[in-house]
Design a protein around this ligand. Structure first.
Ligand SMILES: NC(=O)c1ccc[n+]([C@@H]2O[C@H](COP(=O)([O-])OP(=O)(O)OC[C@H]3O[C@@H](n4cnc5c(N)ncnc54)[C@H](O)[C@@H]3O)[C@@H](O)[C@H]2O)c1
Length: 318
């Protein structure tokens, strides 16, 4: 059945891939994009589907605008990617993070109360669980939330508001929490784009502390296919189910940087160890068995994804 889907934050990294893939896989769906066009956005990513979507510049925290979009476009599904996402920025100034990741999410929930048949898939992060030691088992969806950074705390608040609205008002919602994504379209200040840009320009590559912190890497289109699997599982929205999404691909940051240098044939002498991030999480890892029970599995290996990513930036970074 064709749906009318609102994709928020679709001019950003993951949302743009999701919109492109969704338009290709569901050509009869009506797609509306709502994006504030922050520093992280580039609406040209959506050029290939420009004729297929309605693009609205605006804020998910704007109650009048969001209500109008739901009414005018008879929206039946919202996928919320809109967020402030950079941990370092949240350490400098948490305010925009509270605005979008907390107030903005509550605004979407308020409007879903008026349209009770609308389903909300809220995209969240592994960072809400806080970090793990090396001996810890991957986090399960019912593990406690112990966010470390203002970014992670704002995302955890958003998740809890979604759960509270589902319980209190019966809103149809589901939450996905994924590990670190990588691929084309990511804002240039994030870790992998920074390493590629510095390497291409033969500049020092900043690595926090020892570089031994571990992240669990998921190629962006594999994340998008997991979200489609959740959307296809209608029962998830009746019980506000939470899904962890991971490719079980843990790597030390230093090893990721070295892998990029190898692809670009640049020397490891470019690596420059800098003072650690405040409150820096040591390791993330997720148990994604619930999402795999929906029939989902990642198909892009870390090596293949990294090669594609480097190639994409190589053609764009000055
Ligand atoms: N990138 C990752 O590795 C990662 C990992 C886990 C979870 N996530 C989550 O996935 C989602 C998408 O992340 P991303 O990396 O694509 O983010 P991004 O920073 O690349 O893009 C965010 C998009 O949201 C838009 N936006 C910001 N505030 C807005 C507002 N108030 N109203 C409307 N639009 C707004 C921006 O303009 C941008 O286009 C986020 O919720 C993030 O927490 C990302």
């Amino acid at each position: 059945m064709a749906t009318s889907i609102l994709i928020t934050g679709a001019a950003g990294f993951i949302g743009s891939h999701f919109a492109l893939e969704h338009a290709r896989a569901h050509p009869s769906d009506s797609i509306v994009v709502l994006d504030k066009l922050t520093y992280a956005a580039d609406r040209t990513y959506l050029d290939p589907i420009a004729n297929h979507i309605t693009f609205i510049v605006g804020d998910i925290a704007d109650p009048v605008l969001v209500a109008k979009i739901l009414k005018d476009h008879a929206i039946d599904t919202i996928v919320n990617f809109a967020a402030e996402t950079h941990v370092d920025r949240s350490i400098s100034d948490p305010s925009p993070f509270l605005h979008t990741n907390v107030t903005g999410v509550q605004n979407l929930l308020n409007i879903c109360r008026t349209y009770p048949s609308v389903r909300l898939l809220h995209v969240s992060t592994d960072e809400v669980y806080g970090d793990l030691r090396d001996r810890d088992a991957p986090k399960k969806t019912d593990d406690p939330l112990r966010p470390s950074s203002p970014y992670a705390a704002s995302k955890a608040a958003g998740d809890l508001l979604v759960q509270a609205s589902a319980r209190t008002y019966g809103i149809k919602a589901a939450i996905s929490r994924c590990t670190n994504n990588f691929g084309p379209h990511q804002a240039s200040e994030k870790f992998i784009p920074t390493v590629i840009r510095c390497a291409l320009n033969d500049q020092p590559i900043p690595i926090y502390a020892s570089g031994k912190n571990k992240r669990d890497w998921l190629y962006v289109t594999d994340h998008c296919s997991a979200l489609e699997a959740i959307l296809a599982h209608g029962a998830a929205f009746d019980s506000c189910s939470t899904f962890n999404v991971s490719a079980d691909s843990e790597k030390e940051n230093l090893d990721v940087a070295k892998a990029i240098l190898k692809i670009l044939k640049k020397p490891e002498s470019l690596l420059s160890f800098v003072q650690d991030r405040l409150g820096h999480d040591w390791r993330y890892a997720l148990d994604s068995s619930g999402t795999r029970m929906l029939g989902w599995k990642p198909v892009i290996s870390f090596e293949e994804g990294l090669t594609k990513t480097v190639e994409w930036y190589r053609n764009r970074i000055p």
